[in-house]
Design a binder for this molecule. Structure first.
Ligand SMILES: O=C(O)[C@H](O)[C@@H](O)[C@H](O)[C@H](O)COP(=O)(O)O
Length: 238
């Protein structure tokens, strides 16, 4: 499903409402809400909104389990860390027990070994098994989402839930949830705004099938569980 907004504040508040609704329903049903956060700049407004009234009080944060969709393999205090950004904008301002926050980083371990451990944490906490209540995503102007970058092997990883790989173009390791895990989520919300995303959004949603070049095509967009929240500028070619 594609939802289009002419106002970014409205877009953020609609995603915040979805977050609250999914959290409330999941907690009522299973006693917990499992969410994968995204990095990049797109979710900053949303995270700040969730940390302030009225949304902050509408989520039972003690029952929330926070994971990430992807991460740069950098320490938590690195300015490129998605976990750091989410902490500053949201997590430091709400009462989530620390043991329920799972950043994609650990000292003294290889990224590959860490990915295996992260998958085990997910196996321990996702109920029903292997199914997030909500995955938040962004999309890059090249059509990537999470750390599914164009022409990388991770686009074909269907065995692991979490993968680590060296991204030559950025000269760093990336950790990412894989295609099958994200596509199993009960809800996926992709936030994309700005004219620089217009070409990629068109290719991803309406272009010829070519997921190697536009990896966000791998999302099950035809499924009602996946919602794109876009602004008029990003939707300019749709
Ligand atoms: O940066 C990250 O951590 C994510 O890997 C990435 O998938 C991001 O969501 C897109 O690159 C969009 O980024 P912007 O929101 O900054 O445009």
């Amino acid at each position: 499903m594609i939802r289009k907004f002419d106002d970014l504040k409205q877009l953020d508040s609609e995603v915040a409402q979805l977050f609250v609704k999914v959290a409330q329903e999941a907690i009522a049903k299973t006693g917990r809400f499992t969410v994968a956060l995204t990095g990049g700049s797109s979710p900053i407004g949303l995270y700040r909104l969730l940390a302030t009234p009225p949304y902050r009080a509408q989520v039972q944060w003690e029952q929330v389990y926070v994971f990430w969709g992807d991460e740069r393999w950098v320490p938590l205090d690195d300015e490129r860390s998605n976990a750091r950004m989410a902490s500053e904008t949201l997590l430091a301002h709400v009462p989530i027990p620390k043991a329920q926050v799972f950043p994609m980083w650990a000292d003294g371990i290889s990224p590959e070994e860490f990915a295996r451990e992260y998958e085990q944490s997910l196996r321990d906490h996702l109920h029903p098994a292997g199914c997030f209540d909500l995955v938040l995503l962004g999309m890059g102007a090249d059509g990537h989402t999470a750390s599914w970058f164009p022409n990388t092997g991770v686009l074909h990883e269907y065995d692991k839930w979490v993968a680590a790989y060296y991204l030559n173009a950025q000269d760093m390791y990336r950790i990412t949830l894989t295609v099958p895990l994200i596509n199993r989520a009960a809800n996926v919300a992709v936030v994309a705004f700005g004219a620089n995303k217009a070409d990629a959004l068109y290719e991803v949603l309406q272009g010829a099938r070519n997921f190697e070049q536009y990896p966000a095509q791998l999302l099950d967009t035809d499924d009602a569980r996946v919602t794109w929240f876009v602004d008029d500028a990003a939707a300019g070619r749709l």
